[in-house]
Design a protein around this ligand. Structure first.
Ligand code: ADP
Length: 460
């Protein structure tokens, strides 16, 4: 029974006894007993009081001690059967005072072995400094203080390390300062976390290795591309000179300025010229492409009216279409002024319209131009055989030529690749809007005002 409860019981008992001594005679007289009778039975009255109060005391004390026993049992069970290891230790000597079953199971020491040890015995030596510092702090605290001591390492009997999370509180056991400790084993969680950190570190290392490799490969690629572009530029330039001679001399021969030719000779010279012109166009395209790739393609921005740009394409395409018996529809051209590289826009338009004529056997080729507040759109349509579905996505790549039906037209497969890069250099886009067996439509969209590329364009 607790001390406070015992004092209260004694006080109540004393009060009742005093009241009985002081007032019992008066009470008996009041209910009608004579003074004589009261005197005669005073001994009996005293005995009855002692018996009754003794009985009441017995009942009360018995009930209190049963409650105390029940509470003790509950606390013991809470301690003994707690699934987490628990113990108490003496704060002065650090010796274990009690340990529960879970502690015996987890640490592998018997209860007796625990009783002969201190809490320092289950720590790795390198943690002892931290332990003593923590105990100093705990000793300065008041009774009942809870200490969330955090994560520690404990050593089990078989030498294995346990990672544990400790909560404890200060108390008194047999009048001495002690601490009751609750241990939560977090070894698995800790190891999982460590493993995760290891994986993370591995991953970071791997990523940085790969990034490094990629950067190296990129640098090599850049070097190779630059070397390729430089080679192509030089070669194309060198090839042009003899080619111009071939073209010039074959023209002289064809014109009869070096003597008249018979029919067969004229035919052969014609083949020679066509091949040389084809080669000339190919070299021009390769040169353009290598200039774009190496970032040496210069963009010259200036103001031109849409009418000037479209007008320059108009007559050439009209003549080409007429020669092939195709109709040429050019829609109205808005009165807009563009700040752009007119030479590039013209080259894109000539490529698109030239292709439209080249790949259309009958019907018409059309151009429609619309101008918005900040963009101009050129739609080039034809009634040709279209581009097969499987080629659609690759049509803007270099040297890709679609299989365009029965009569294959001459070409290099570079025109669209260059046109798309030019469009990008000017801040616009070139897309194949639609294509089917009934015809195709390419859409070129350009800003009314191209951004100034500081005289030199970057790689496309
Ligand atoms: P090419 O010198 O072969 O004309 P391009 O890059 O200009 O090279 O075009 C690539 C390929 O796209 C062409 O070979 C052709 O098969 C296809 N192509 C381009 N424009 C058209 C079109 N208007 N109609 C059908 N096919 C086209």
């Amino acid at each position: 029974m607790g001390r406070r409860r015992a004092v209260r019981l004694a006080a109540v008992y004393a009060a009742i006894a005093i009241a009985w001594i002081a007032f019992s005679d008066g009470l008996l007289a009041w209910i009608g007993l004579s003074a004589d009778l009261i005197t005669r039975y005073s001994l009996l009255k005293g005995l009855a009081f002692v018996l009754l109060t003794g009985l009441a005391l017995f009942v009360l004390v018995d009930r209190f001690s049963r409650q105390d026993a029940e509470r003790d049992r509950m606390y013991r069970e809470l301690f003994e059967q707690n699934p987490n290891p628990m113990w108490s230790y003496d704060l002065d000597t650090l010796a274990f005072l009690q340990v529960n079953d879970a502690a015996v199971r987890k640490y592998g020491y018997t209860r007796d072995e625990f009783m002969g040890m201190t809490i320092a015995d289950i720590r790795p030596t390198e943690d002892l400094g931290r332990l003593m510092a923590n105990i100093e702090v705990v000793r300065e605290g008041a009774e009942g203080d809870v200490d969330q001591a955090g994560v520690w390492r404990h050593r089990a009997k078989d030498g294995s390390l346990l990672w544990v999370d400790i909560t404890s509180h200060v108390t008194r056991i047999d009048g001495r300062p002690a601490e009751v400790v609750l241990v939560r084993d977090i070894t698995e969680a800790h190891e999982a976390r460590e493993q995760l950190l290891r994986y993370q570190a591995d991953l970071e290392r791997l990523i940085s290795e790969r990034t490094h490799q990629l950067e190296e490969a990129n640098a090599e690629l850049k070097e190779a591309t630059e070397a390729k572009s430089a080679f192509l530029a030089t070669m194309s330039h060198e090839l042009r000179t003899p080619l111009n001679s071939i073209l010039g001399f074959s023209r002289i021969l064809a014109d009869g300025r070096a003597g008249s030719l018979n029919e067969e000779q004229s035919r052969q010279i014609g083949f020679l010229r066509t091949s040389a012109e084809h080669l000339h166009a190919l070299i021009g395209d390769v040169l353009d492409l290598s200039r774009i790739e190496s970032g040496r393609m210069e963009v010259h921005l200036a103001e031109s009216t849409l009418k000037e740009i479209v007008g320059a394409a108009d007559s050439t395409v009209g003549a080409l279409a007429a020669a092939k018996g195709l109709q040429w529809h050019r829609g109205p051209v808005p009165d807009a002024v563009m700040r752009t590289d007119a030479r590039m826009v013209l080259q894109i338009l000539l490529n698109l319209l030239g292709n439209a004529v080249k790949y259309t056997q009958e019907g018409a080729v059309s151009l429609s131009v619309t101008a918005g507040p900040d963009r101009v759109t050129f739609d080039v349509s034809d009634t040709g055989g279209g581009i097969p579905d499987e080629q659609r996505d690759r049509i803007f790549e270099e040297f890709v030529r679609a299989d365009s039906g029965a009569s294959p037209a001459e070409g290099t497969g570079l025109g669209l690749a260059i046109a798309a890069r030019f469009a990008r250099l000017l801040g616009g886009t070139l897309e194949l809007e639609s294509t089917s067996a009934e015809g195709s439509m390419f859409r070129l969209t350009l800003p009314i005002e191209s951004a100034d590329p500081d005289g030199e364009a970057g790689p496309a």
